[in-house]
Each structure stands twice: as structure tokens, then as C-alpha cells.
Design a protein around this ligand. Sequence first.
Ligand code: C5P
Length: 300
Amino acid sequence: MSVTVRVPAKVNVQLAVGGARPDGFHDLANVFLAVGLYDEVTATPADELTVTCEGPGADQVPLDRTNLAARAALALAARHGIDPAVRLHIAKDIPVAGGMAGGSADAAGALVACDALWGTGASRAELLDICAELGSDVPFSLVGGAALGTGRGERLRPLEVGGVFHWVFAVADGGLSTPAVYREFDRLHENDEVPEPVASQALLDALAKGDVDALAAFLPGSNDLQPAALSLFPQLADTLAAGRAAGALAALVSGSGPTTAFLARDAASAHTVAEGLLAAGVCKAARVAVSPAPGATILP
Ligand code: C5P
């Protein structure tokens, strides 16, 4: 018997970053939107804990106990006094090290899969607790949809979304380390008084109404990590420009990057933008996806 869980990627439609805290993390106002690009995590009984991975970028995914999916299984097993003898297989479709929470998705997927496989019957609150221990973005990977994350992003308030948004994601040739991007943010702001991060009411209204023009108007400048990501990965400026030239309503870096996100008016326009990005030679792949998408879901 095995259990397979499908988990979505995310884009941050607002990532307001405060100053560095004493613990090194940053307080955030993080508006997460789950998008329909998915990893699938399958948990199967085995002699010992192992991780395998297939799909684009799988060679960059660690297969030892530093893998966030392995850590999720170990955390759940430890809490319930279970032997974590499980094979975790990750079918990757979310860009690796791309700023789309692929590692967090695998952690949330492993947690839900192992919970079902082992029959631990953990409550939603307990699962969310474990998610928050594993990483700032992991709770959102579990819940999906749209949510405002505060604290380091792990405290979630679900948000209403009144429509479907069409996106194109340009996968970059290479990855960015999230801690390195936050360090660059700190360097760029070392002489600034960084304001408290606050979610934009105009953005929350745009999401609630499903108003693509209002969302597009808000997106430029909505990601405080974008200047840091561009500083470390300057070629992304060309990718952003190419997507705008191909008809995207708005272009931004996804989270800490280097994936870039393009909002399109509809499905046809999204395909045009994807073709334009590929023709311009400014990305490794261009993926079309819609939002919102459901959180971690056990597949039948
Ligand atoms: O929480 P997670 O392990 O995903 O965070 C990865 C890194 O990103 C942290 O070690 C930290 O450097 C940075 N980070 C941060 N502030 C946050 C979230 C992440 O500085 N709110």
C-alpha cells in the first residue's frame, strides 16, 4: 500500500519584508497564492527511510536526511513514536531552487502522505505546527488557495479569491539560495530604516474580486526581495522585459527567485507570453498555470 499526495507551487503577490530580527529571520507580510504546478510525493512502506526524486532538476535535490520531505517524515514519526521506515518518492514538476516553494511543497506532501500511511490521525493544527518547524513556507503548501502569512510567513490567514488568474512562469537557468537573497536584501538596506511590513488592502480587494487589472496594477514593486534577486541574478531583468513585451499585464520575480512570474489576461494570452519568452531565449522553460490551486491533496 502507498499514499500519493499532490502539492502546489506558490507565487507571492506581495512580499513585504521587514528588517532582520535577532533570530536572523525577517518579519513578513506575505500574500501567498497557490498555483497549479504540482509535485507529487508518494510514501510507501520500506525497510528504512529513503528519498528518491524524478523530474526536471531532480539531480539538484538532496536525497539524504537534509531533504525537507525526509525531515517531515522524521518529525511526524518522532512525535508519534513511529519507526520512520518509509520510501518517499518525489515526482518533481515545481522548479527546483526557483522561489516557488518546491521544497516546502515536498515537506507538506510527505507529512500528509506519512500521516495517512501510518494512520497517526494528527490534527490539522498539529500538522501545521510541524510544517512551521520545517520552514516558513511549509504551512502554506499544506493549505493552498490564498493566504496572508505574517511572522516569518508561517502564521496564516486564509484569503478569499473571487476568480481565476492566469500566469506564466519563466524557469531560469540556475537557482538562487533563499538565505543568500535575504542577506543581499539586508546588504541593500543596511543604511535604511526598514518599515514594518503591511499587507495591502488594495491587493486583498483585487484578489477577493478576481480583478486581474487591479492585481496587475499592484504587482510592480510588490516583492521586496526582487531588487536583491536582480542584484544576484542580473539577467532576470531581460526576462522580465521580454515577458512584458510579449503582452504580460505585469511581471515580477517569484519570491526569492530566480523564477519570474507573468500575469496574463486569459489562457490564450498566457500561451502567447510563454511563446514570446521562449522565442526571446531568456529562460530555460516557460510554464503556464492558473491560480488559486488547492493545497496538499491525497490522490485516489
Ligand atoms: O524558513 P525557511 O527555512 O524556509 O527559510 C530559509 C531562509 O530564508 C532562512 O534561513 C532565512 O535566511 C531566510 N528567511 C528570512 N525570513 C523569513 C523567511 C526566511 O530571513 N521570514
